[in-house]
Design a protein around this ligand. Structure first.
Ligand code: 3LM
Length: 402
């Protein structure tokens, strides 16, 4: 944070569990306030007209207007950059604001984006919008085989965009492989790290250029904020800050940034519990005769278990599963739940359940949905922080009723 008071520069390289609590904030610069102050101010006063001129000309550092920067938001941006291992961070009003500002910052008319076969429904919507209105083409492809990926790369391919784990099919993308191809073909690799969070997976350490997040999810962790984050090189972050973010305007509110700073402090402890709860629930589900299949990266028979091992610290807190009987049975099962809430979003303290084909991914045309692996039998569970025995008891009683 910029401030005239005594500033203690902390040079130590702490571990992630420490940086989620301390990075980007020096309490002694702010009258000893343990928590970063909330600068709930739209604008910043100048000492003189000349100072205003210098700040607008970029000749003097300092805050001007909260669409261009805000001290509370700066703490969050420095913190997420450190956690992801990138040079700089940028906060947004939603995950989609982060995804759209990133893509608008990277592509021009005539370019091509290579996309993992399966992305969040509104990211798919954005790709369609880019194609229809801005002449930016894209291909959704399985990214398991190197030769298959290579066969889709063209001279116009400027971005490789992946989610891993993919929402909601839980397929993984090998980050080392896509980053290698990105470098070879000079395409920027963008990774949506929402499902894993930097605690479980750090794409930049594999060579990714940009990481985006729906901070609405695990980073907030409490279901009370809609926000997005992006991390990349200082040059790219500055460019997005001063172009696609400044002029399109999807900035985070200082209060929401403050809530995310608070949420981030407990990210590692929350993630540990989400992950251990998910392992327990997945084991129980797998053994239940009414569950046709589970798709969970923590399962020892998960087909991409090798990728979990090579790039994730733990398998995460999301489980997708199938029960026989199509949409009607899936909905009947969901309606029988008592503790678990039917809601989109994920990563909250509360266990949430949703039906992707009719909810989060309903905007994706059926034939593309099927290709992504999102059929009417698929149900997505965001395992919360409750006692796993209570979560399982609720699932079990609902399964018994169908
Ligand atoms: C959901 N997902 O329930 P926001 N990237 C990923 C996401 O999962 C999401 C975004 C970006 C869900 C939201 S559906 C109406 C609710 C991997 C969001 C976009 O703009 O913060 O919602 O993030 O899967």
């Amino acid at each position: 944070m910029r401030n005239n008071r005594r500033r203690v520069i902390v040079l130590k390289n702490y571990r992630l569990e420490t940086e989620v609590i301390h990075k980007g904030y020096d309490s002694q610069s702010f009258q000893g306030s343990l928590t970063p102050p909330l600068f709930q101010s739209s604008t910043f006063t100048m000492k003189s007209a000349e100072q205003g001129e210098r700040r607008f000309a970029g000749e003097e550092e300092g805050y001007v207007y909260s669409r261009l920067g805000n001290p509370t938001v700066t703490v969050l941006e420095e913190r997420i950059a450190e956690l992801e291992g990138g040079e700089a961070g940028l906060a947004f009003s939603s995950g989609m604001a982060a995804v759209s500002a990133t893509l608008f910052g990277l592509v021009r008319s005539g370019d091509h984006i290579l996309v993992s076969e399966g992305v969040y429904g509104c990211t798919y919507g954005l790709l369609e919008l880019l194609k229809d209105r801005f002449n930016v083409d894209y291909d959704l492809i399985a990214m398991d085989e190197e030769d298959h990926i290579r066969s889709y790369i063209r001279p116009e391919t400027k971005v490789i965009y992946v989610e891993t784990p993919i929402n909601p099919t839980m397929k993984l993308v090998d980050l080392e492989l896509v980053c290698k191809l990105g470098k070879e073909f000079e395409a920027k690799v963008v990774v949506d790290n929402t499902f894993a969070t930097p605690y479980l997976q750090r794409p930049i350490t594999f060579g990714a250029d940009v990481v985006v997040h729906s901070a609405t999810k695990y980073i907030s962790g409490h279901g009370d904020v809609v926000a997005g984050l992006m991390v990349g090189s200082r040059e790219f972050v500055n460019e997005v800050r001063m172009t696609t973010q400044k002029d399109i305007g999807g900035i985070i509110s200082p209060f929401d940034a403050w809530l995310l700073i608070r949420g981030l402090k407990t990210l590692p402890v929350r993630m540990d519990r989400h992950c251990t709860n998910a392992v327990k629930i997945a084991e129980k589900m797998k053994a239940h005769p009414k569950v046709k299949d589970i798709i969970f990266p923590g399962d020892d028979q998960f087909p991409q278990a090798g990728i979990v091992k090579s790039q994730m610290k733990q398998a995460g807190g999301m489980i997708s599963f199938l029960i026989d009987g199509g949409k009607e049975t899936a909905q009947r099962f969901m309606n029988e739940l008592q503790l678990i809430k039917i809601a989109v979003s994920l990563g909250d303290a509360e266990t949430l359940i949703q039906h992707p084909a009719t909810m989060t991914h309903s905007v994706v045309p059926e034939e593309k949905r099927e290709k992504m692996g999102i059929g009417p039998e698929l149900i997505r569970l965001s395992v919360g922080l409750e006692a796993w025995e209570d979560i399982w008891a609720d699932i079990e009683q609902a399964l018994e009723k169908i």
